[in-house]
Design a protein around this ligand. Structure first.
Ligand SMILES: C[S@@+](CC[C@H](N)C(=O)[O-])C[C@H]1O[C@@H](n2cnc3c(N)ncnc32)[C@H](O)[C@@H]1O
Length: 325
């Protein structure tokens, strides 16, 4: 663990990024599964986070613009409903969405968690300069590490308000989403959770959103292979994979994959893996939740659904959840 010390305008940072050995173990696990699949967080090194920000600017990817507009419009009502405390944002990315809540709520502190270390450092630092009176902390970790966070004054003895926008919960299988929502519940210790979830939509809309004409989504997925080359000494030839995003209505999800263009062997660390022609390497899923599905999921994970805010076309929701007991 490394920490960066605080001065008046310096956001604190705790770096708990999983080491390369853990990544290697997860690669082995993922490539032994059927279909081959890697954890979605592998997409987010510094370059991946930069590309994700570019995806958010693409005309086909409406989610970010729509959710920010909703937050700007409803921040006062959300702040009143959430009440006072420390905002804890999960998977904060560039932390571009919390601004309206910081203004409306003036929280005791802001804590941003994300797996992408340098991106998180820059995001919290930029936000700290915009909101000098709100003490800020970044914690670089995988969501699976939430049960074992080190003590920090900003997380001690204060009411916690969870914020998880961007429909990032959709990257998890239903079972993993339930586990994660339970983890949030434990960490938030009685506090509420504001959860952003995208709704199911027609296949052409969703497939375009995750495979934009400018090719940024494809580059984002392709960067995963570059990352494995850089960090785990893999010998992928990215030109021998093509990107695919397809809506799977029976699972209410978009599947994103790199599909092998030929029969090929790839070396990663000290192991070889075979990819047959047409075989996918799933880079991430994006599950879409109707309001009814979201309520059912929340209840299964021990949360009570209170209300939702949505955009004029009702394409996504920000759900307010409180612990069920
Ligand atoms: C879809 S982006 C959303 C970013 C931002 N919240 C938004 O709404 O635009 C997902 C974010 O979660 C982070 N992330 C993905 N998987 C994670 C994990 N397992 N643990 C922690 N952070 C994760 C990524 O680095 C990325 O910043």
């Amino acid at each position: 663990m490394t920490t960066t010390s605080t001065s008046s305008l310096q956001a604190d940072l705790i770096d708990l990024h999983p080491p390369a050995a853990d990544m290697q173990r997860l690669v082995e696990q993922g490539l032994n599964s059927q279909p081959k699949q890697l954890p979605a967080w592998f997409l987010y090194d510094a370059e991946g986070s930069r590309l994700f920000d570019q995806i958010c600017e693409q005309p086909e990817y409406q989610l970010t613009r729509t959710e920010i507009a909703l937050l700007e419009q409803e921040a006062e009502a959300m702040a009143t409903t959430l009440g006072p405390g420390v905002i804890v944002e999960f998977g904060a990315g560039s932390a571009r969405k919390v601004g309206p809540l910081l203004k409306a709520l003036t929280p005791d502190a802001y804590v941003a968690l994300d797996i992408s270390t340098d991106h998180l450092r820059h995001a919290t630092q930029a936000l700290q300069e915009q909101h000098p009176k709100v003490p800020m902390l970044g914690i670089c970790c995988d969501h699976s590490q939430l049960d074992a966070l080190p003590a920090h004054p900003l997380l001690e003895g204060q009411r916690r308000l969870g914020f998880f926008p961007g429909s990032s919960l959709g990257n998890f299988s239903r079972q993993d989403a339930i586990t994660l929502l339970k983890r949030f519940r434990t960490l938030l210790a009685g506090g509420p959770l504001l959860l952003g979830l995208d709704h199911p939509k027609p296949a052409p809309v969703l497939e375009a959103a995750y495979d934009d004409a400018a090719g940024v989504s494809a580059a984002f997925a392709g960067n995963l292979l570059q990352r494995l080359k850089r960090e785990l000494n893999a010998d992928f030839n990215p030109a021998q994979f093509r990107y695919r995003a397809r809506w799977q209505p029976d699972q209410s999800r978009v599947e994103m994959a790199l599909v092998s263009c030929c029969d090929q062997d790839v070396q990663i660390a000290d192991q070889r893996w075979n990819f047959q022609t047409g075989e996918p390497l799933v880079t991430e899923y994006s599950l879409k939740y109707s309001p009814a599905m979201a309520q059912e999921l929340a209840a299964t994970a021990g949360w009570r659904w209170v209300q939702r805010w949505h955009d004029p076309d009702d394409t996504l929701s920000l759900h307010l959840l409180v612990p069920a007991d």
